[in-house]
Design a binder for this molecule. Sequence first.
Ligand SMILES: Nc1nc2c(c(=O)[nH]1)N[C@H]1C(S)=C(S)[C@@H](COP(=O)(O)O)O[C@H]1N2
Ligand SMILES: [Mo]
Length: 320
Amino acid sequence: MLIRKTPAFALRPSEITPEAVYRERRRFLAQIGLGAAALALGRAAPALAGEPAMAAAGAGLSVGKHSDLAAGEKVNRFEDISRYNNYYEFGAYKSDPADHAHTLRTRPWTVDVGGECEAPARMGIDDILKAYPLEERIYRHRCVEGWSIVVPWDGFALGPFLQRFKPTSKARFVSFYTLYDPAQMPEAGHLLPWPYREALRIDEAMHPLAFLSLGMYGRPLPAQNGAPLRLTLPWKYGFKSIKSIVRIAFVEQAPETTWNMVLPEEYGFYANVNPGVDHPRWAQKTERRLGEYFKRPTLMFNGYPEVASLYSGLDLRTFF
Ligand SMILES: Nc1nc2c(c(=O)[nH]1)N[C@H]1C(S)=C(S)[C@@H](COP(=O)(O)O)O[C@H]1N2
Ligand SMILES: [Mo]
């Protein structure tokens, strides 16, 4: 069986590359007489608040409210966030999505919303963009592979958007599906069951932190970051934050989710960030912030304790 053989994608060669790059860089700096502290500063210093948006491509978004929900932690540079990605439809290396996702056509784009709801609808992306005032939220993002980033996302709360389709009392869960089009996505067809799919319990989806991102750094999302719209769920491991959504379905039974389908022993439905529960291949106690050298402790719920009440009935040691 696939799962027992340790599939090729489980290796994630990209996880090796950054370490090698850092070691090489450290050796080089040591040779020219700079130590580890200078190394850390060398990458961290340019991440000034105003810089990323100016470096980003595309027309600016009109964003109203700005909320820093990462406790003033330094925002990563746009160049890092748009060139170090997980988007398996475009390849398994961190640089693949940036190199290949330009083939993704984000106009026209529609999102079908249906299932257990009174007002199913198909919405065009430009109507979704106008549905609510855009706000900026600076969130931490923690990937289960052990790296993390801080990103200023532009979009709006997921809950009110879902409410407009009037979910019925049978809507206990909500599913999200990424576009599946091998003509635009060179690697869709290998590795995973497609389309990529994710799901939330309905009360998780309605939590005010659950966010629908349409942009980042004040610009429309780059394709590699999940254009034209993706989820952003800051208290969950990154794989829950599904990209390039084309379909949303309200359902009664717990839906299938991509990584849980492939490796159920490794990826649970909830996938809340929890430093107390290790993934079989990656310890979760610490993480490496992109652009920093030293690891930092991982926080319960990724530092968003306000979601804890959603899980009061669950044993968090078993609910990965
Ligand atoms: N459709 C789709 N969505 C996806 C993924 C993917 O491979 N395909 N990868 C997930 C993972 S593992 C992470 S960590 C985040 C990465 O988002 P970023 O590239 O914008 O940082 O996207 C998530 N959403
Ligand atoms: Mo991830």
